[in-house]
Design a protein around this ligand. Structure first.
Ligand code: BDR
Ligand code: CA
Length: 311
């Protein structure tokens, strides 16, 4: 049976590669893509998701636009890493198919609640605002959800937006704190894992060799990131964050996970969005799982294989 899935995202060049990989994965029952303001504005992330859906030929998957701003903070943005429009060098255009009726939070509640408990997985590639709003609207959602696979957080690696915090958690720490406290089962791919998944020249060429529209588009995203990571951070091979979520759902053995409890700092300005990862927990009852290791070659091979099977 296919795994039912909703992807919540803020495309974003790495979100784009993750989305294209999921669109091309026909063993997933992709129920919806929901979008949130994050890397760029909510209006742009919703448009970008629809652009990617069109490139992938997956207009059967509805896109629901979501929160325009974090629960309590000012919207941030990360245009320097994603381009002003969010999709790197890809010139944006108005996609043929519109967004679906209703908000992202409403769609998450409805699509999860109308299916058996535990059967719908949720991938979160951006700030957790939509999921927090969905949980506020339906407090039983946490019990009904399948695994929530998150790209976010930092521990051993330190942060990428401040010394303590990773962008997605930092951007809406209040939403993340609510979701982590909700009791849902969460698999968390923070910077400790995604910094192991580097877009080396060899790996980018592997994606460039995939001769499909999705492959060519993903390769363009990787080349753009290679340039910005070199210019801004000085890394020759930058990390590929968001696609790790899709890879982890499709092939969990690519990651090593440790049971833990994660709490998010919301009070301190200095450490806003820090993820406190506590490993001293009972493994049998743990609800959070922190990724400590990633098989980077395996992740890239999986992405290449899936993009080759798509449009
Ligand atoms: C995360 O921040 C965003 O800029 C990326 O899309 C990714 O989700 C990495 O910290
Ligand atoms: Ca993202």
């Amino acid at each position: 049976m296919k795994q039912s899935l909703i992807i919540d995202c803020d495309p974003g060049v790495d979100d784009a590669t993750g989305l294209l990989t999921a669109f091309a994965s026909h063993d997933l029952d992709l129920l919806a893509v929901t979008t949130v303001g994050g890397n760029v504005s909510a209006e742009k992330t919703a448009r970008n998701a629809r652009i990617l859906r069109q490139i992938a030929g997956r207009e059967d998957v509805p896109v629901f636009a979501g929160a325009e701003r974090p629960l309590r903070r000012e919207p941030a943005g990360a245009g320097e890493f994603h381009g002003a429009e969010g999709l790197g060098d890809l010139a944006p255009f108005e996609p043929a198919a519109p967004t679906a009726e209703g908000t992202a939070a409403e769609a998450i509640v409805r699509l999860v609640k109308e299916r058996p408990a535990g059967s719908v997985a949720l991938i979160v590639m951006g700030p957790m605002t939509n999921l927090a709003l969905a949980m506020r609207a339906e407090p039983r959602l946490a019990d009904h959800l399948g695994p929530v696979v998150v790209m976010g957080g930092a521990r051993a690696e330190g942060g990428n937006i401040t010394a303590s915090a990773e962008f997605n958690i930092w951007a809406d720490p209040d939403a993340a704190a609510e979701v982590f406290a909700s009791g849902c089962r969460m698999i968390v791919l923070g910077l400790d894992a995604t910094h192991q998944v580097r877009s080396t020249e060899t790996r980018i060429r592997m994606i460039e060799a995939v001769d499909t529209a999705s492959g060519r588009t993903a390769a363009g995203m990787l080349r753009f990131s290679q340039r910005t990571e070199r210019e801004i951070v000085g890394w020759d091979a930058g990390p590929l964050h968001d696609p790790c979520t899709v890879a982890c759902l499709l092939k969990p053995q690519l990651f090593e996970l440790a049971p833990c409890r994660i709490d998010v700092e919301t009070e301190s300005d200095l450490t806003r969005g820090h993820t406190a990862v506590e490993f001293r927990v009972e493994a049998a009852t743990a609800r959070h799982f922190w990724a400590t290791r990633a098989d980077a070659d395996g992740v890239f091979a999986l992405i290449a294989e899936r993009l080759g099977a798509g449009q």
